[in-house]
Design a protein around this ligand. Sequence first.
Ligand code: ZN
Length: 338
Amino acid sequence: MNEHLDAQEGLDHVADIFGHEDMRRGWGRGFLAGRLSHAHLIGGPEGIGKGTLARNWARLLLCAQPETGTDPDPRACGECPSCSKVASGNHPGYLEISSEGGGTIEIARMREILSFLALRSDGRRVVLIDSADQLREESANALLKILEEPPGETHFLLVSHRPASLLGTIISRCQRWLLGPLSRDSFHEVLGRHGISEERASFLYRGTGGRPGAALALEEALTRCGGEESFSRLLREIPADPRDLVALTLREGESFDRDSVHRTLQLLGNGIWAFRGNTVESRQVAATRALMLTHLAGHLGRYGSPDLVVEAAAMVLRSENPENIRELIPRVLGSQWV
Ligand SMILES: [Zn+2]
């Protein structure tokens, strides 16, 4: 369910999607009428379920016998030869481009799209980019050229956490779908499926503003570091080497890189936000701290150095009042900090 996990596991299952009913109906109607645009931009905050939704749509577009009687949206059957090929990762009509370790998407990956499109194909093709925020400038320009002359029967699904930051010329060529926070009921339903209690789900709703992927990631991190008490202690006793903070979120086989640093900052920000009011510091200070960490994660996005950003995050965590060190951060990052 977590977007990151989903990306690694591939398209092995049709995921249940909760909430966003109006948007899904809109897509479903377009699909059934054969009137979908060739390019789609799926935007919304991190951990809201964009990647899961985009991959469901990719499966549906390629499925040979979609189930169309399902409300609110049609879905892939999961059983036809096409669905089996998508599940095993060797469907000749499906290409997924994602950033390695959370880094930028280089121009070489755009050439990969061109090679994919140049191959003879008898059916529909789908190119999914997760996330389009990671495109380097020249990659974005190359993608724009591809979108300007769309090959027949090909659909592009672009996932973006910050759609407003994409090239306006790319945005204007896409049908846009914006995912907002889930309703409380839908959120509880998703978390219930993961065995999380009602009470716990309420706490996580507060911390993540109704983003189920972010909530599951936060829950996983809290469990990993031994529960809420240990998490609170970690926030009070920042390790001497700030890189050790990242160890909190590392999964088997992962290392300190842009992706893990980004995730750590999001988790710390969400955690502090969730615990605001439960700690000794004022809600105001906790909120500022959480926002600054989330902001740092955003700064890391394309060009920031993971080492320097972690250094700045440790400063935010250590200071009595992070407002007071706002001006020091650009000196650490060596760049503009707005
Ligand atoms: Zn199928």
